[in-house]
Design a protein around this ligand. Structure first.
Ligand code: WQD
Length: 338
């Protein structure tokens, strides 16, 4: 059975990716420092697949601890690297925390991969590297611009670190997946998004408002140059996103190019109001919301051209927006019950 190491594997996207690798017949080793997740996520994973992944509570930016894992699992065929801080607003307030953690973490992972000869990396990147693109939809050739936040800058810098490392080593190949906006939860409602504190992201704020945890949703601006005035994003079901990591590893195992980048989205843009309407219509829950000023740092609109991933990875997003927002609601109800 082929083995993969997944850093950040108890996180939102990480946990759904563990499930998809187990479903695909891989043995999974999870590394996570539980700074933004809880160990019960492993039970959620096991309740879906029947397999509890091997787990190490380790901070990837702590070099010594990390090496013990790579030494014990040097037979892994790939590393999927999620472990990083990801709150845009927090990164503006605490840039050094983000640069230290997100960049040192990748450097440690790459150093260990080289030392223990694990040849394949899938890196969790983000459409944030495109900023506000001039032309839509964005392709992988859309220029990468000055990041709008230290968080976004760590993604841009990390992609460059990966390329430089590949160019200097014989036996390292990588794929960067540039995610658009991951949303939703596993259909079982046994794993999902667990924002600690007040959610920054739209859908968890919607579900917490609908369940009564939050008074009302603030819609950040309705004066954008978009059909209904609210900002547009490409919202992709987290399980579709997770599956993209499995096909990326399979591509790397079949002698792909040394380094490739793929946009992982649905190829369709949805406005904030469209998400609200989809939520209300698919769950029957009325949502309290009000229009407020724009949020600093937000871009107006972005969505992906996914033809490269469709063609080369033979991957495309399949789960509908209605099913996705419904899965987020089912998960929220389960979390609040437990
Ligand atoms: C989406 C839209 C908001 C909350 C960020 C990161 C990105 C990735 C996903 C990590 C925007 C609006 C939101 C609310 C609102 N993060 N909104 N009221 O900002 O597109 O992307 O999260 O990988 O890298 O940049 O996602 O969900 O915060 O916002 O009106 O309470 O919803 O203005 O238009 P975003 P988001």
């Amino acid at each position: 059975m082929q083995k993969v190491i997944i850093t950040g594997g108890t996180g939102y996207i990480g946990s759904h990716t563990v499930v998809e690798f187990q479903n695909a017949g891989f043995e999974v080793v999870v590394i996570d420092n539980l700074s933004n997740s809880v160990i019960e996520v492993l039970t959620g994973i096991e309740s879906i697949t029947g397999i509890r992944p091997i787990f190490y509570q380790i901070d990837v930016s702590e070099t010594k601890d990390l090496e013990t894992v790579f030494k014990d699992h040097k037979d892994a065929v790939a590393v999927i690297h999620f472990a990083a801080y990801k709150a845009v607003g927090e990164s503006v307030k605490e840039p050094l925390k983000y640069y230290q953690n997100n960049i040192q973490g990748l450097v440690n992972v790459l150093s260990n991969m080289i030392k223990y000869d694990i040849p394949n990396l899938v890196f969790s990147s983000s459409c944030t590297v495109y900023g506000q693109p001039e032309k839509l939809p964005v392709t992988e050739d859309t220029p990468v611009v000055k990041a709008e936040s230290p968080y976004g800058n760590t993604k841009k810098i990390n992609e460059e670190i990966i390329v430089d490392t590949i160019n200097s080593s014989e036996n390292l190949n990588a794929i960067s997946l540039r995610y658009f906006n991951p949303i939703g939860a596993h259909i079982s409602a046994n794993i999902g998004e667990l924002p600690l504190g007040v959610p920054n992201n739209l859908l968890p704020y919607i579900t917490q408002t609908a369940i009564g945890l939050r008074k009302e949703l603030s819609v950040f601006g309705d004066d954008y140059n978009t059909p209904d005035g609210t900002a547009i994003r490409d919202y992709i079901n987290v399980c579709d996103l997770a599956k993209a990591h499995v096909v990326a590893v399979k591509r790397l195992l079949n002698n792909a190019l040394r380094y490739e980048v793929f946009n992982i989205g649905t190829g369709k843009g949805s406005s904030v109001m469209e998400i609200i309407n989809a939520f209300e219509s698919s769950t029957g829950q009325k949502l309290n919301y009000k229009i407020v000023d724009r949020r600093a740092g937000d871009i107006e609109q972005v969505w992906a051209d996914t033809s490269k991933a469709n063609k080369i990875l033979c991957w495309k997003a399949e789960i509908s927006l209605d099913e996705t927002v419904k899965s987020a609601w089912e998960w929220e109800k389960k979390v609040q019950k437990s």
